[in-house]
Each structure stands twice: as C-alpha cells, then as structure tokens.
Design a protein around this ligand. Structure first.
Ligand SMILES: C[S@@+](CC[C@H](N)C(=O)[O-])C[C@H]1O[C@@H](n2cnc3c(N)ncnc32)[C@H](O)[C@@H]1O
Length: 325
C-alpha cells in the first residue's frame, strides 16, 4: 500500500474506471450488474424519482449505478486533482494511505447488515469514501475519524461536494460526521460513537501492533451483534483467554474472507479481509471444560490450527497482523 489508487496504475485495466475505481459503468469485482438497483425488501414498488421518500434512500431502490456515479463525481471533483497530497506519509507507518473500492464496500456493508437503523464508523477514514458510501447506499448514520491533515482536508471537501449534489438530487441524507485531524485513540467523542456503532470499518492493513492494541481498548464496550470489518485480524492469532478473559477479544467471533481482484487501491490482486462479530459469551474456540484453567499459548495455537477454522491457519511470529497473500 504505497499510494492511493488515484495515483496508482495497479487498478488500470478497466477503460471506464476513474483511477480510484469509482466507476458507474464497470464493476471491478464483476459481481454486481451494471444497472442493478440497490434492492431492499421494503423498497416501495411505486418508486418513480430519486426524490421519492428522500428521507430514506434505503427505501428508494436507488440504482447502484447512480450510487457509484454520485460517489465517482464527488471523488473526481474534490480528491483526484489533489491526490498527490495523500502520498505525504512516512512509509511503513500507521499513516500509509490506501482505499477500499466501492463495489467491495457494497458487498461487505451488505454482509454486515448495514441499514438505515444502524450506525457506522470508519476508524482511519482517509478522504471519507467509506463513510459517505455507507450513508448514501445504506442510509445509515455514518462517521469517520482521520488523523492525517491532508486526507482530512480532502475529506471535508468531498463531504461538502457530496452533500451539495445530494441536495440537488433531492436526496436527504442521514447524519454524517467526520472527525478530521483527530486520532481515534484517547478521544472521548469518538469513543462514544464507537461504543454505539453497529458496524465498524478498520482498514488496519498496515497498522502496527501497538495501534492494533489501542483499537482493542477502543472497542472494548461494543454491544453484542456489532460487526467489525478489518483488513488484518483484530484478534491476534496468539490471543488466549489467559491474556485477559474480560477482553472483548474473548467474545469476538472473527471470520476470514477472500476479496476479489481490484477490490483495494494498493494492489489489483485479491487478498483477505475479516468480519468479527461481538458475541454475548466467550467464543467457543476460547472455552474449555473449565475456563479458569489457563492454557499455554502453544496449546491455543495448536487449537487454532487444528479446529478446522481456516481463519487461523497462519500464525506469524513477529507481528500477529501480517497474513495476507
Ligand atoms: C489505509 S487508510 C484507509 C482509508 C479508508 N478507510 C479506506 O479504507 O478507504 C488508513 C488511514 O488511517 C489513518 N490513521 C492511522 N492512524 C490513525 C489514528 N490513530 N487515528 C485516525 N486515523 C488514523 C491514516 O492516516 C490513513 O488515512
């Protein structure tokens, strides 16, 4: 991940693509038909214009191509001309910039059950793409937190453009808030939003172990049923109940998935992502007949490798968060 897609040739190949993959006519994943509508069980059958039920985009059956076109126009107008500013980060640091593509986001948001009743937050929200897409496509209250100055400035510009365009189209948006130039660490306002969130996105592809541990503290009070989308595991493979049985890690049911080619800006290859659901109780993999018996990390690692769960097959030693292909 060394450059935003907007500056990277790795997403080339689709003639119709804008360089960040925001594209209304060609889907990078190939799994969503070009003119497919965003269909919902409760969509009114008499939808005629975009302004029908404007207070609730989720019920309008807004065509997916229109969703992507709006996102594409906002990105192209506000971010693309200044995308070089997103390269201003220290290599191999937490601040490395990269983006998730709209079609990939559609899929994971849908898989996490995002809808107008839910609250979404992107921890490390960059230029705000993921935050505004969640609001536009799923009608949910949507937040983002970004520390980097340049990305935050572009995010504000993009959000303003987005809100103007939606107003012109008669689309009333849910609450959207970007915490710009702020860390999500030790931030009470962000903590409150996180604790109430139903779906969290953490593009922690290059977050270091210490920031990942801060994230574990931040998500400690998530409610059961909340879901976390991440690019690297939130639960370190070496985690065991003996670490801290009260940690939310003990109640995170983390599953590993494969994303297809052209889903992320930093490579055109596929890779892995994770969805973790907060459970009421300890996850099965952490319980024994007597949970108070502490187990060694080696036995936990053996369990993880032999329990048939493919999400646990790699256990690198240096950094628990480094197992993409
Ligand atoms: C890989 S980018 C993800 C951008 C966007 N979420 C996406 O997936 O398209 C990760 C972002 O996290 C931001 N970041 C890193 N540490 C942070 C922190 N402590 N608080 C807020 N943002 C942070 C970086 O500046 C960077 O913009």
């Amino acid at each position: 991940m060394d450059a935003p897609a907007s500056a990277s040739p790795t997403v080339a190949g689709n003639d119709n693509n804008t360089s960040n993959g925001h594209n209304s006519t060609t889907e990078a994943n190939g799994n969503i038909a070009n003119n497919e509508s965003v269909k919902h069980e409760d969509a009114p059958s008499d939808s005629k214009t975009l302004s029908i039920l404007p207070q609730n985009i989720h019920q309008t059956g807004l065509p997916r191509a229109v969703v992507y076109e709006i996102l594409n126009q906002c990105y192209t107008r506000t971010v693309l001309p200044r995308a070089n500013k997103l390269r201003d980060y220290k290599p191999f640091s937490n601040m490395v910039y990269g983006e998730l593509m709209p079609s990939f986001l559609t899929q994971v948001y849908r898989d996490c059950g995002l809808n107008k009743e839910k609250s979404f937050i992107d921890l490390g929200s960059g230029v705000g793409n993921c935050t505004i897409q969640a609001a536009l496509e799923f009608g949910c209250e949507s937040y983002g937190v970004e520390l980097a100055k340049n990305a935050s400035i572009l995010a504000d510009a993009q959000l303003e453009e987005f809100q103007k365009r939606c107003a012109l189209l008669g689309l009333k948006l849910p609450k959207i808030k970007l915490f710009g130039q702020q860390s999500f660490v030790d931030n009470p306002a962000v903590q409150e939003v996180v604790t109430n969130a139903d779906v969290l996105l953490i593009n922690n592809y290059l977050f270091d172990a210490s920031l990942n541990l801060k994230i574990v503290e931040l998500i400690q009070d998530l409610k059961p049923g909340s879901k976390i989308i991440s690019l690297k595991p939130v639960v370190p493979p070496s985690y065991d109940l003996a670490w801290d049985p009260l940690s939310i890690l003990a109640r995170l049911d983390e599953k590993k998935y494969i994303y297809r080619e052209n889903s992320v800006s930093w490579t055109s290859n596929g890779g892995y992502y994770y969805i973790s659901e907060v459970k009421e109780e300890f996850c099965d993999r952490y319980t024994t007949s007597n949970p108070r018996h502490s187990r060694t990390r080696r036995s936990a690692a053996n369990d993880l490798q032999s329990d048939g769960d493919s999400t646990r097959e790699h256990t690198p030693s240096m950094n628990a968060f480094t197992n993409n292909f």
